[in-house]
Design a protein around this ligand. Structure first.
Ligand code: 5GP
Ligand code: ZN
Length: 147
């Protein structure tokens, strides 16, 4: 752990070189409030090693980081009875809205359908035959043989 990048804003947060409001920290992850507070309690969980995105994780790092998520999520939920649910998001790549290239997981508490946070899933099922779905699945499945 702890291979940090001099110029990375989240590595600076790990080193406390810039102010941050920590909600949980151990030897593997740091969890701190997102500056924008999409909803109250919006938290980022970051590995304490500079890894740009999910594509760069190995299995050990993934196990270590993701194993922390449920207890942090539970603590956030328990902190306010008004929290009814939570969106957990991980953006990878600029096209997927990633803006900080030190991997992070958003924990976004949800208070109501009108709490200001939204996501849109498009239903394109009418454009997909079973054959088209199978072709896509096969193309992905074949990649595992390269491992
Ligand atoms: P992304 O868009 O990459 O998924 O999320 C990056 C998040 O980092 C954004 O939600 C943004 O508000 C947050 N962020 C960027 N800079 C800082 C900072 O200096 N401090 C904190 N606490 N959050 C930050
Ligand atoms: Zn970093």
């Amino acid at each position: 752990m702890m291979a940090l990048d001099q110029d990375c804003i989240f590595c600076k947060i790990i080193r406390n070189e810039i102010p941050n409001t920590v909600v949980y920290e151990d030897n593997v992850v740091k969890a701190f409030l997102d500056i924008t507070q999409g909803t109250p309690g919006h938290t980022l969980v970051i590995p304490k090693t500079h890894v740009p995105d999910i594509f760069a994780y190995d299995a050990d790092l993934a196990a270590a980081v993701f194993s922390r998520i449920p207890k942090i999520a539970r603590a956030i939920k328990a902190s306010d009875p008004a929290i009814k649910g939570m969106n957990i998001l991980n953006n990878n790549g600029k096209v997927a809205y990633q803006s900080v290239f030190h991997s992070h997981i958003h924990l976004i508490p949800r208070y109501s359908a009108k709490d200001g946070f939204g996501m849109r899933f498009t239903d394109n099922s009418a454009h997909y035959t079973p054959e088209k779905l199978q072709k896509i699945a096969t193309q992905i499945h074949q990649q595992f043989s390269a491992d």
